[in-house]
Design a protein around this ligand. Structure first.
Ligand code: SIN
Length: 295
């Protein structure tokens, strides 16, 4: 065993979102394949504090990715992909986000189009608490991923809107994924009240930080429980326009080897479209949530 003294981990805030100080940070000086307990504890705390963490120059096998993700807790099995396939062979926890087609078969989900603002799998009773994406191939342009700080979105709500939002519950629709593709086995409906999904509080409290945040999920087919659909649409439009302002967001330009880890409870994310002829391959894991989001 080497006695070499490793340089300390550096946590460098992105300072990218003008009205969300502290949102997002780059973690430098580590190899995610060989983290000590102390180093992992620093990363876990930084993830709570900064919500989204970027690690550059990580060259992880799927096994390495799973081993790192498992340090945060149990992993979800990946959802079924749009082509009906479920998993990377033998590794059911890995979800492939890719536009690449091999031998006429898409190897992943979401294609090359825009992926709209969303929180991963919020249509479940207990959505994943974290997600991480590892970049294996990236296009020369496009395909950037933006993250939005839902603490800042709540903290800056105009008082009248805040008073209206507290106590409401929103239906998180499970009909479509963020690329607009119908999920396997779902029969679509035009009425958000009939669509599959869960009601969660619109304003939630983060179980670890204790901070309050907006919890929106995704806009399409959302519905404020008990409200007339037209009134629900108007209020959701107002809240969404507020929450997705550039002042609360950080946009990440990917490089091969990047790993981005986000707190799925207090952030949303979206992805820019890119040239469908270019290749983009990301492998994703998700850490299971232990409880439904609470108000
Ligand atoms: C996702 O929405 O989980 C994928 C985001 C991306 O492709 O950058």
């Amino acid at each position: 065993m080497s006695n070499m003294v490793l340089p300390p981990i550096q946590i460098v805030p992105t300072s990218a979102a003008s009205d969300a100080p502290g949102f997002g940070a780059e973690v430098r000086g580590i190899d995610l394949r060989s983290l000590s307990e102390v180093a992992f504890a620093s990363i876990e705390q930084a993830w709570i504090d900064h919500q989204v963490l970027l690690f550059r120059d990580q060259r992880l096998t799927d096994h390495d990715l799973i081993m790192f993700a498992r340090r945060f807790g149990d992993l979800d099995q990946a959802p079924i992909q749009e082509n009906g396939q479920r998993f990377v062979a033998g590794i059911p926890e890995i979800y492939v986000v890719s536009n690449v087609v091999e031998n006429g078969v898409a190897i992943g989900s979401l294609g090359a189009g825009e992926a709209v603002w969303h929180t991963d799998m919020s249509y479940l009773e207990a959505p994943p608490k974290a997600s991480m994406l590892h970049a294996l191939e990236v296009p020369a342009a496009g395909g950037d991923t933006s993250f939005c700080d839902m603490y800042a979105a709540f903290d800056s709500l105009p008082e009248t809107l805040r008073r209206r939002a507290i106590g409401l519950r929103v239906k998180h629709d499970g009909t479509y994924n963020s690329g607009g593709y119908l999920r396997q086995g779902v029969i679509p409906s035009d009425d958000p009240r009939d669509a599959p999904g869960r009601l969660h509080p619109l304003v939630c409290t983060h179980p670890e930080s204790g901070r309050r945040m907006l919890y929106l999920g995704r806009r399409r087919m959302a519905w404020i429980g008990g409200m007339d659909v037209a009134a629900s649409e108007a209020l959701l439009d107002e809240i969404w326009a507020h929450a997705t302002q550039a002042a609360f967001t950080w946009t990440h330009r990917w490089r091969v080897g990047d790993l981005v880890l986000w707190d799925n409870r207090c952030t949303m994310h979206r992805r820019d479209p890119f040239d469908a002829a270019a290749r983009r391959i990301m492998h994703r894991t998700q850490i299971s949530g232990s409880a439904p989001p609470a108000g």
